[in-house]
Design a protein around this ligand. Structure first.
Ligand code: AMP
Length: 583
């Protein structure tokens, strides 16, 4: 049987599985819970709550809904050499490093092979879904900016890695099927290179030299795509020179990268170099993706949640001609779901929860905190916080994500990612969360855009060194005008208006504190030098963050990141106006 017809057959099987899974949500969820608990009732963690065998009602009544902090001591004991069955009967074979932190340190989640079983199942399924919408992908390769990091080893001798590294370093990835689903422009050695600067350069060179074969491109999170394009901006001349000569730059010292990329290059390519050089030499990079990779059909990268801010930048580089496809919603706790409508607009993305992966519960946002509901009982239009019980030792843990039910696929709820349940800024009684901040920045962006500038990244800081304290928003802006020789102008009026628009967008408690009680001072925008957020990324990566999973923190505390930002400030602006508020 040919590979293609084999895949078509498998696709039909997979689509049938999808139909089954989404039609029997309640039953599958009950089975999952029973399987997890039957196996684990004798763990130290659970046996406090069960006497005898598993019973769903007892689970709901006795097992507490917890935060990471509550279970951290148990996880830590296993990481420090304690037996797995403190939390899990199935052996814990490693830990996943989450992008969340706890007490300044990265959170670690217990892990076993089941996690990868489900992750690969979802990866496969997503490709089947996409091929229903995008045709012709099989005639080319994927240029995926995938990265791995060196793992740390816990005192128990188990690896602690990011979820993406765990997958990419596993036998699931190494022995993946030999079909176009998993055919990349970059050799595995590039993906597995622990020096992400070298691997990014190599990803680019491999993608450029095979530019006519690329039918899709992407990364796990959109921030990585933006970083890749910035790196291309910085290094296209060197890349072209390497492509022309067929020789990699000397600074690519990783032996795996050198050997494998030299094979991909396979000698000099002066024509490709000339074409790429001509394209990159153009003053305006708007739409450059399609010019460099003309057969690309879409960009696969997560642009929901905190990644939404990269949509305008990516749309600029693809001139709104390539769909931005967010396929999967996952975390270090578990994989949650898939976007079954992959070509929808970023703001319309919802993820259909897969009921076989973990046991999912939900805390209603507008209701009783103790009234935790099952996946099968979610109500359209309601928002919930997600709680997970998984196959690797987490029971009723709050993920911290807030989700809105937007519909159902068969019986499976479709959830839109709203925000992480974290307050990012507070000076007095005001409590501004990530979503509030996003909305405020989104409104201010309209003003900035109309002045010919583009906001490329931002973060915030609650500055309490002034009395009263105030919100500081650090902005990196880029000149959108084609003639970059003219000095970028930061107009006082424009930025003051942005400050005020942001304040106006915050809730009434903020406005009361700021304008009536004056316990919060005027909001300040500090514009930082171009490239500052790249340095911030480098800093966090040097501290252990993973390039593949990195997300700009929307709020920073004092310390090195703040110093770095402060050193790069080129202009500051304050809110000078007044806002209306109720109350
Ligand atoms: P980590 O544990 O570092 O993998 O981070 C997981 C978190 O990233 C999730 O709990 C979400 O807050 C966020 N996240 C993951 N996938 C998505 C997605 N598709 N859309 C929005 N946020 C996401």
């Amino acid at each position: 049987m040919s590979v293609i017809s084999d895949l078509t057959e498998k696709a039909n099987d997979k689509l049938k599985i999808l139909e089954d899974l989404t039609s029997n949500v309640k039953q599958i969820q009950d089975n999952v819970l029973e399987e997890i608990l039957t196996l684990n009732t004798n763990t130290e963690y659970l046996q406090r709550f069960f006497h005898g065998k598993f019973d769903k009602e007892i689970f709901k009544k006795n097992v507490p809904v917890v935060t990471y902090e509550d279970v951290k001591p148990y996880i830590q004991r296993v990481a420090n050499g304690g037996p797995s069955n403190v939390i899990s009967t199935r052996p814990i074979t490693g830990f996943l490093l989450s992008s969340g932190t706890s007490g300044g340190a990265q959170k670690i989640m217990p892990w076993n092979e089941k996690f990868l079983d489900y992750l690969t199942f979802m990866y496969d399924l997503r490709m089947h879904v996409i091929t229903n919408y995008v045709k012709g992908l099989e005639k080319g390769k994927a240029m995926m900016f995938y990265f791995t990091k060196l793992e740390s080893i816990t005192p128990s001798g188990l690896p602690a890695r990011t979820a993406s590294s765990s997958y990419l370093k596993s036998s699931y990835f190494k022995n993946r099927p030999c079909n176009w689903y998993y055919t990349y422009t970059s050799p595995d050695e590039v993906i597995l290179c622990p020096d992400n600067k070298q691997s990014l350069y190599c990803h680019l060179i491999c993608g450029l030299v095979q530019r006519n074969e690329v039918t899709r491109m992407g990364s796990i999170f959109a921030s990585v795509m933006v970083r890749a394009i910035k790196s291309l901006e910085d290094s296209w001349e060197e890349l072209c020179s390497n492509i022309r000569s067929g020789q990699l730059s000397e600074w690519i010292t990783d032996p795996g990268c050198r050997d494998s990329v030299s094979m991909v290059l396979g000698g000099p390519h002066p024509e490709v170099a000339n074409t790429v050089e001509k394209i990159c030499n153009e003053k305006c990079w708007k739409g450059i993706f399609k010019r460099l990779w003309p057969r690309t059909k879409y960009i696969e990268t997560i642009v929901t949640g905190s990644m939404a801010q990269y949509v305008p930048t990516l749309n600029y580089y693809c001139n709104d001609m390539l769909p931005l496809v967010s396929t999967i919603y996952a975390s270090s706790e578990t994989t949650f779901g898939l976007n079954l409508n992959p070509l929808c607009k970023p703001e319309d993305v919802s993820y259909t929860i897969m009921p076989n992966v973990s046991y999912f519960e939900f805390i209603p946002l507008d209701g009783d905190e103790n009234d935790v509901v099952d996946l099968a009982d979610l109500k359209l239009g309601c928002s919930y916080e997600l709680v997970v019980t998984n196959f690797s030792g987490l029971y009723r843990i709050r993920v911290g994500d807030i989700l809105l039910v937007t519909g159902f696929y068969n019986k499976a709820p479709q959830l839109r990612f709203i925000r992480r349940d974290n307050m990012v800024l507070s000076i007095d009684m005001d409590k501004t969360n990530e979503e509030d901040l996003f909305n405020a920045v989104t409104r201010a962006k309209i003003i900035i855009n109309s002045s010919g500038l583009m906001l490329t990244d931002f973060t915030s800081y609650a500055d309490v060194s002034t009395i009263p304290g105030h919100y500081v928003i650090y902005w990196e802006v880029e000149d959108k005008r084609e003639d970059k020789t003219k000095h970028m102008e930061l107009k006082e009026d424009t930025f003051s208006e942005c400050c005020l628009v942001m304040e106006d967008s915050f809730d009434n408690v903020y406005k009361r504190c700021r304008f009536r009680e004056k316990t919060v001072g005027p909001l300040e925008i500090k514009v930082v030098r171009y490239g500052t957020f790249d340095s911030l990324t480098d800093f966090f990566i040097s501290q252990g963050a993973s390039i593949g999973q990195y997300k700009t923190p929307r709020c920073i505390g004092s310390g090195k990141p703040l110093e770095l930002l402060e050193k790069s400030v080129v202009a500051t602006f304050f809110s000078t106006g007044d806002c209306s508020f109720k109350n």
